[in-house]
Ligand binder design. Structure first.
Ligand code: ADP
Length: 588
């Protein structure tokens, strides 16, 4: 029973608090609720007493007062606290006057009731000074009227002289009570004022702190209201303090007019700002404009809406801009370098192409003439000369191979045709066909999986297979060399492996063999130029993949290369790099 009464009391005391924004406001509302509920309970008890004692007119005025107090519940519930306080004042005042007119014989009691009418004013906060004065007027006017007029006009049960006597009897007490009440109200309001002042100072301090943080950031930062008028501008945005102060409360167009800049820039900016306001989300754009010194300036600009924490209403915009003029300049230079590099690469390619072609035909002549010389004079040449000629022919052939390989290396990252889907099995079979003689001589056994189809130049994948399978056969002293070509696939990558049962490679050499001209054997042991794996590495890296080997001496080797499932045409990587650079610039 007691706990349910307590619950109801607390529930009633909490009426309307959910609509309040701060704990202080909630406390204020609870205090107000408890007061009018207490008055209500007293009035209900009075009503019972009047009814029991047959005081019908008293019961009627009390019932009206109770009804008025009940209406406070609905007013407070809807969050109209000040209106509720005003209603309470009016209710008490009206009730007091009515009581005064109906029960004039209790003049002194009525005076105190009128004084009580001032009580709810105690609950007004300082920020409602206007209402306090209205409330005081509402209370004091009937108080004054009653004070000065009632004693002459009222026709009460008591003789007028007795009424006046009673009235005079307690005049000083009434003044004292009035003073105490007014002092309490003043004191509370002064307290509120102090609190508000303190909060305002705190806020001002915080504002200054945030502003000084914003001043340290080398990015233009501004805020503006919903009418696109500046409310804050940091010194990075506008250096001149007097212009900065002048611009507050003005628009971007005002600034453009002031600086005599091209108004189109202002229109573009305004359009973005309006878009951010309409969409309620950030709008970012890149701007290039000619500043007042005639210099082209590029920047990334963004505007984001600012929302009021309390009601989520849009209050304005925050704008930022960071200068990317230097980045733009660097990007331009990078593009120029890329074009220059491409041109030089082309020159180099033509040079290699021409030289290899020009060198190969005299070399072919030298070799064939030497062979002819050897054949024609086989009976005249002694053994030493024969050996020297044979050695020279071998060297010429090696030189020819070297020229071939260097040429292949130079074109390993070039593909003049657009990329097509290459079926790796078809390309492998073609490569094996070309190596058929070698395979047969080595009596090798070559097996392979079903390999994927990838977007890459068939000539590139062909070069990979012929080098890796060629090496697997070459560096193999087995009577029956075994070569296995496999493919494993993860979510994003294919890994192709070429495994052999050859001589193997010591771990310390497993990285250097991918560098050009790095050989682990002399030409007399195994013929070669040291370019094959460098070609493979260049091709794979050009497609964004990796190449590596796992091997132990005498235990065979497995070469792996990885390729992305969705291969990007390497020819388009230039633009990719620029995009990545761009987004980095934006992020930075
Ligand atoms: P080349 O074969 O013309 O010498 P490569 O670049 O193809 O040039 O190979 C570099 C070196 O790597 C070779 O000299 C050889 O010592 C080693 N190598 C390459 N493939 C294998 C392999 N499958 N088994 C053992 N050694 C190998």
């Amino acid at each position: 029973m007691i706990s349910s009464i307590k619950n109801t009391w607390n529930k009633l005391a909490d009426t309307g608090t959910a609509k309040m924004l701060s704990e202080a406001e909630r406390r204020d509302v609870r205090l107000f609720n408890r007061t009018w509920i207490t008055v209500l309970i007293i009035q209900v008890l009075c009503l019972f007493s009047h009814v029991i004692n047959g005081l019908h007119s008293a019961a009627l005025t009390t019932a009206c007062f109770i009804a008025g107090l009940c209406s406070l519940y609905f007013i407070v519930k809807n969050g109209y606290i000040n209106q509720a306080k005003m209603t309470a004042i009016v209710l008490i005042s009206v009730d007091t006057i009515v009581n005064g007119v109906v029960f004039g014989e209790q003049t002194h009691v009525i005076d105190f009731l009128l004084l009580a009418a001032l009580c709810p004013l105690y609950f007004f906060e300082i920020k409602n000074k206007r209402l306090i004065f209205v409330g005081i007027a509402v209370c004091l006017v009937p108080y004054a009227l009653f004070h000065f007029g009632a004693q002459y006009v009222a026709q009460y049960a008591l003789p007028i002289a007795t009424q006046r006597g009673l009235y005079n009897l307690i005049t000083w007490e009434k003044y004292f009570c009035l003073m105490v009440l007014l002092y309490l109200m003043y004191n509370k309001n002064a307290h509120y004022e102090r609190e508000m002042q303190q909060k305002e100072n705190e806020l001002l301090g915080q504002k200054k702190q945030y502003e000084s943080i914003l001043e340290q950031i080398p990015i233009d930062i501004v805020t503006m209201d919903k009418d696109l008028k500046y409310t804050y501008i940091n010194s990075a945005a506008i250096k001149d303090p007097s212009v900065r102060a002048w611009l507050l409360g003005k628009t971007n167009s005002d600034y453009f007019r002031f600086r005599k800049l091209d108004m189109k820039g202002a229109e573009d900016r305004e359009r973005m700002m309006k878009e951010a306001l309409a969409k309620g989300s950030t709008v970012q754009f890149e701007e290039t404009f000619i500043d007042r010194h005639g210099k082209a300036k590029s920047s990334i600009k963004g505007v984001s809406p600012i929302y009021n924490d309390a009601d989520q209403g849009l209050t304005g915009l925050v704008g930022y801009a960071f200068d990317i003029s230097e980045l733009k300049e660097a990007e331009k230079k990078l593009k120029e370098y890329a074009i220059e590099l491409e041109r030089k690469n082309d020159d180099l390619h033509h040079f290699v192409n021409a030289t290899s072609h020009d060198l190969k035909s005299p070399l072919r002549n030298i070799a064939s003439h030497l062979q002819l010389l050897q054949r024609k004079n086989s009976d005249k040449l002694d053994e030493d000369s024969q050996e020297m000629i044979a050695y020279t022919i071998k060297s010429v052939k090696h030189l020819n191979q070297l020229i071939n390989d260097i040429y292949q290396y130079s074109i390993a990252d070039r593909n003049d045709k657009p990329l097509e889907m290459a079926n790796l099995n078809a390309v492998l079979e073609e490569s094996l066909k070309q190596m058929n003689d070698f395979i047969t001589t080595k009596n090798a056994d070559i097996t392979f999986d079903v390999l994927p189809t990838l977007k890459m130049a068939p000539s590139h994948i062909g070069m990979l297979f012929s080098n890796l399978v060629g090496n697997a056969l070459k560096y193999n002293t087995n009577l029956k060399p075994q070569v296995m070509i496999r493919a494993t696939t993860s979510d994003t990558t294919h890994i192709i492996s070429v495994a052999d049962n050859g001589i193997g490679i010591a771990p310390e050499y497993q990285e250097q063999i991918f560098e050009i001209f790095q050989r682990l054997h002399t030409s007399s042991e195994y013929e070669g130029t040291g370019v094959g794996l460098a070609i493979c590495s260049k091709i794979v890296e050009n497609y964004g993949g990796k190449i590596w080997v796992e091997s132990l001496p005498g235990k065979g080797s497995t070469f792996y290369f990885s390729l992305e499932k969705n291969l990007v045409d390497p020819a388009s990587t230039e633009s990719h790099n620029i995009t990545a650079y761009k987004s980095m610039a934006i992020a930075g």
